[in-house]
Structure formats: structure tokens, C-alpha cells
Design a protein around this ligand. Structure first.
Ligand SMILES: [Fe+2]
Ligand SMILES: [Fe+2]
Length: 196
């Protein structure tokens, strides 16, 4: 499917509020693709599909996830995480998407993971900091994203982990692993210079 076809299909499945969020993420992802030399087409397709199942009932998400292996053990964690992996599972069939970068960007936008490729990184951070988002620490993430996407992702993961702990929520192991991997990369790049 091309971008316009994907947009029409996504619009039908979402409330106006969620669809507008999707469009803002998609536009920000397109801008970040220019900054970081990623495929604008790939990031836009992934961003459009990322929340396709956000308003789908949990029992439907569960049966989609149960229809395949569940290597993330995602069903053992909070249902708010399920819509990413579930949308990745149906992306091939429903959107005719075969590009692994797009599928993985959709799958991991809820948890993050270590060593995301640039399309995954862009969708992850665009979803986190799209223009309508407003919460403590977000300006620091926006500022970081103009220079280093790894730095922005480290900050975003740290904020998310702190928030989840504060909420007394469980945290998916991929989120911790992603945090460790991105912070380790920054330490090895910048050494003792704590520019981040
Ligand atoms: Fe989402
Ligand atoms: Fe989203």
C-alpha cells in the first residue's frame, strides 16, 4: 500500500483524536528522517501504522498475539503495550508491508529495544515527543533529538522508566535492556564527558 492508502485505512480504525496524534507523529518522523538520513517513506508508513490497533479491545489484541509465537512474552505485561506487537503481526497481511524496518518499528514502539535501526529509533522518539505531548523532561528530549537520536532515546527511556516506577507499574525487560544499551553507547562515545 502507498502512504495515502495506508492513511485512509488507519483513519477508519481510529478516533479523530488518535488519528490526529498519528498524523503528528508521521510528520515529525518525516522531518527526523531528513535529519538522520532514513527513508522518509519507511518512517511515514511505520508511523501511520504504529497505533492502528491502539483502540482495539484487549481480547482481540490477545488473540492476534496468540496466533504467533510471543517472543517478547508481551502478554505477561500491561495490555497498553500489546497494540504495537499486534499491529506488527497484521501489518504484512492488512497493509501489504514486507519491509522489516517498518514492521519492527511498529512492534517495538511501545517497549523500545536495544540496537533499534534508524527507522525504529525515529518512530520511537517521534511518538514520544510529537508536538502535542507535554510532560516533565520533554523539552530536554526535543533539544537532544536535534543533535543525537541516541541521546534523545536514552533520556526518553529514563523518563519512561522513572514514570512507570512512580506509577508502581511493571516494566517490560526490553525497556530496561534498551535503556542500558543506549546509555552504554553514549558512555563509549563520549567517555567521561557527560554531555548528556
Ligand atoms: Fe502506541
Ligand atoms: Fe502513538
Amino acid at each position: 500500500m502507498d502512504i495515502e492508502q495506508i492513511k485512509r485505512k488507519v483513519k477508519k480504525n481510529l478516533s479523530e483524536k488518535r488519528y490526529l496524534h498519528t498524523l503528528r507523529v508521521t510528520e515529525l518522523a518525516r522531518q527526523l528522517a531528513r535529519t538522520y538520513g532514513a527513508s522518509e517513506i519507511h518512517v511515514q508508513k511505520a508511523a501511520l501504522i504504529h497505533d492502528y490497533l491502539k483502540e482495539t479491545p484487549n481480547h482481540e489484541l490477545q488473540s492476534i498475539i496468540e496466533s504467533t509465537d510471543d517472543p517478547l512474552d508481551i502478554l505477561a505485561y500491561h495490555p497498553v503495550l500489546w497494540h504495537g506487537p499486534a499491529a506488527a503481526i497484521i501489518a504484512e497481511k492488512e497493509f501489504d508491508i514486507h519491509e522489516p524496518s517498518i514492521i519492527e518499528a511498529v512492534r517495538y514502539h511501545t517497549t523500545g529495544r536495544p540496537e533499534m535501526d534508524v527507522v525504529e529509533e525515529i518512530v520511537f522518539i517521534a511518538d514520544y515527543m510529537e508536538p502535542a505531548r507535554s510532560f516533565p523532561g520533554i523539552e530536554e528530549v526535543r533539544e537532544a533529538a536535534t543533535k543525537s537520536i541516541e541521546q534523545a532515546i536514552s533520556l526518553a527511556l529514563g523518563n519512561s522508566i522513572r514514570y512507570l516506577i512512580h506509577q508502581k507499574a511493571t516494566i517490560h525487560p526490553q525497556t530496561f535492556q534498551a535503556y542500558n544499551a543506549y546509555v552504554s553507547t553514549l558512555i563509549s562515545e563520549y567517555g567521561g564527558n557527560k554531555i548528556w
